[in-house]
Design a protein around this ligand. Sequence first.
Ligand SMILES: [Zn+2]
Ligand SMILES: [Zn+2]
Length: 338
Amino acid sequence: MKFQKIWAAGIIGLLPISASGQTAAQDPVAARINEAQTAAGALYGPVQQHLCFIHSPEDDARLAARRKISVLMPTKVFDNFYYVGAEEVASWALTTGKGIILFDTLDNPAEAKTDIVEGLRKLGLDPTAIKYIVVTHGHGDHFGGANFLKSLAGAKIVMSQADAALVESQKNGSGGSRGGKDLIPEPDLIVADGQSLTLGDATVTFHITPGHTPGTLSSIFKVRDRGKAHTLAFWGGVGVPDKEAPLAQYVQSADSFARLAASEGADIAITNHPHADMTLEWVAQLHDSHPVSNPLIVGSAGVARWFGVIKACAQAQQARLTAGLPPEGRRRRTSPSP
Ligand SMILES: [Zn+2]
Ligand SMILES: [Zn+2]
């Protein structure tokens, strides 16, 4: 039996999935990738291969083209929600009437200064009005600017318990903080699953969605588009893990958060790496023109599609491990981790 299993895995491993000749029913990795493709449809077609780690020349070319059309600039995305991130990593600002809730801080103080502080100023917003800094998860490309931004006017840093511990563990230099100890933030507010934060007219409800990290913080809140309220689901950590236990958590979290998003009537879904959803194109459209309808409002069916893609891509990764194949990962173009 053992021999058979190794032999079968070897066959799959020798042949590229697309050329294996196996039908999707026989090949569980291909079956999940097909599911992701179906979930993506035309709406998320450009990101599906990327999210499933299909490293085809076609996908590389497509991503390069997407990056070219979308050199992101600080952009007003909704009446009360702004993109102030970089090309590789996102940062989003929610205005509330009583200050700003900022989601993620980029990799280091220099990036936070150039993209977030100067970005907010370009948009007519005051960076010292940041009252809360939500660190979606404990990787340096999301928390590296937190201490610098806090030093502007004492904003409170919000984290989950598990990722506060993950961040703390990087103080000794292990675990990936590239900027050294000074960049490691201390949380001012630890939030639990289901807990809400209200500031001014905004209420953000947090959900712990382990998988990408042990305590990835996802959230649901309202934004307004030309005066009309919409519900946004923010997935706090998108990179699909490469080990069994976190993968199982990722799949479960994607499922449960998608259900929550649906029950809350979410019609917008975003994450914090702009190449992992359609942020590259859609924010660029909003920056450069005034489309009749906001492309980020994809409706509840669109939100379900995006979560369908990330779940199926994670399940494809699980199927690779089950078949004894090596996990796939994102190829790193620049330093930030996914
Ligand atoms: Zn990460
Ligand atoms: Zn990241």
